[in-house]
Structure formats: C-alpha cells, structure tokens
Design a binder for this molecule. Structure first.
Ligand SMILES: [Zn+2]
Length: 289
C-alpha cells in the first residue's frame, strides 16, 4: 500500500492573514499553494501519484491566527473514508486545547495530532504541552511534529530543535511520533532521537527539491539503522506527490553530481512498504449494502 504520510487540505482563508501569504512568498511562489488545497485537488493529486491513502493534517496556531479547522479535515475524511485519515491540531497555548483534542478524537474521528512548537510558539517541555501529550497518549493518537526550520518571519526556532523531543518520546514510550521533514535542517538531531526511541518515525516531506540535502539525509538514516521508520510524505498542496515520487526515485538512478545511486529497492521500500499498521492506524473496512 502506498501512503502519503504528510498532506493537507485547506482553503486560503484558513491561512490568513500571515501564514499563507508568507508561504506563497517564500516557499513556492507560483502557483500559490495557499489556493490549491481544496478537497477535489487533493483527490486528483493523490490519484495521479497512485497514493492509496493520505494522512491529512489540520494546523492551528493562536500566535499567527492560523486555523485549518479540525472539522474541515474531518468532513474530507468522512467523504473519503478509504482514502484519507485525519489528524487534528490543537494549540497548547489555548486553554481549551485538551477538550478540543478529545472532541476531535472521539466525535470527529480524527486519529492523530499535528503540533508545531515553532509555528505555535510553545516549548516542547512546557506544562501546557505536557497535558496535550498526556491526552494524546490516552486517546491513542499518533503525533506528528513540525519540529525544524520554518519560513515564517515570526516563527520560533528556539523551540524547533528535534532533540527537544527526546524527553517527550521517552516519557510517552507507547505514543507513536513522527518528526516531519526529518527535522530539517537539524537532521542529525532527528536521527539521534530516532536511534534511541523506537516510537519515533520521520517523514521526508518537502525534502525532494534539495537533492544534496536529501542525499545526506538518506545516508544518515541508513547509517543509524532507522530506515524502517522513514515514511514518504509530500506536503501537498505545497508539493505534488507525483513530482515528489519522481524526484525521490532519481536518487536511485543519478542522485546528483558524482554521487553513487542509492539502491532503488531501499527507495521503493519507503514508498510501498510502510503500511498504516506500522503506526497502529487502519482504514475502515468497506461496507457492503
Ligand atoms: Zn505540512
């Protein structure tokens, strides 16, 4: 089964006034990704890439008034129950965060949680964050962290180091965690956290456009024996999954000037052999009338 472990649906109004305009200006100027995240575009992009199931992430931040609502993600998943699994987002700075997370998991049927210390502006060890982790662990949610560099001018890099997640991973050893984008640019920190914590995974989303960096990332992951916890992700709609797959597969043929190709079977294993069950997830069985 081919899974896209990192994708979004959104409408441009969810991203205003700050996050979406800065995304458009700094990351992928044309076409503006803020305008491309509607439900039908998501389904078309996943079909074009042969993706069976996509993890679809909400994202909220009080700090930048960003809100891709949990309900918006849940409605998409409800309409496409065999193609999408939704992850909620709550902001630990919000006093209602735990209540909102319980509602998202139990009433909306979302299966994971997206957090981002550098976009939401919280220290990963803060008491506010801890009560959210406790609830996520109790609810059996997978937690995806954007823990790494950000494009946002008002983002918080002091909260963004992947090594800060070691304390979380060892305190909640049964809670599965995904460090998105391999924690770029602090890839060795991400690998160090994965190496000692078997409940920590990573996704390669948004890394395919930097072939030198991606080559180094893959070598690091191989060297430390954590390859079986590396997941394919696109970060749609910022990037098209079909294009991500093509660029990733280039690493198995002609990576970049003078570097030896990576065994295509290893690349294929990330694309094709990371089932939902690896992180304790599943899709509902089809119902027959
Ligand atoms: Zn993303």
């Amino acid at each position: 089964m081919r899974i896209d472990w990192h994708s979004h649906v959104w409408r441009s109004e969810h991203l205003e006034p700050e996050w979406g305009p800065e995304l458009d200006a700094n990351v992928a100027p044309a076409p503006a990704p803020s305008a491309l995240g509607h439900y039908d575009s998501h389904l078309r992009a996943m079909d074009a890439a042969g993706i069976d199931v996509a993890i679809v992430l909400a994202l909220v931040s009080c700090h930048v008034e960003l809100e891709i609502p949990n309900e918006y993600v849940a409605d998409f998943v409800r309409a496409n129950p065999t193609r999408a699994i939704g992850f909620a987002s709550v902001d630990p700075n919000d006093p209602q965060a735990v209540d909102k997370l319980r509602y998202a998991a139990t009433d909306l049927g979302l299966r994971g949680l997206k957090l981002s210390p550098p976009y939401q502006g919280f220290h990963p060890h803060s008491p506010e964050a801890w009560r959210v982790y406790e609830a996520a662990a109790e609810l059996g949610l997978v937690v995806t962290f954007h823990q790494g560099g950000v494009f946002l001018r008002r983002g918080f890099l002091e909260y963004a180091y992947p090594s800060l997640l070691d304390r979380v991973a060892r305190s909640f050893p049964t809670m599965k965690m995904i460090i998105a984008h391999v924690g770029q640019p602090w890839v060795p920190e991400t690998v160090a956290v994965m190496f000692k914590n078997p409940n920590v995974f990573t996704d390669l989303s948004a890394r395919y456009g930097r072939p030198w960096q991606l080559y180094g990332i893959l070598m690091n992951l191989l060297d430390y024996g954590v390859w079986d916890r590396v997941l394919f992700g696109s970060d749609f709609p910022i990037y098209e999954p079909e294009d991500c797959l093509a660029r990733f597969r280039t690493m198995g043929r002609e990576p970049t000037n003078g570097l030896a190709p990576i065994d295509p079977a290893l690349i294929d294993s990330i694309i094709e052999q990371r089932p939902l069950s690896l992180l304790g997830l599943d899709i509902p069985a089809p119902t027959h009338p």
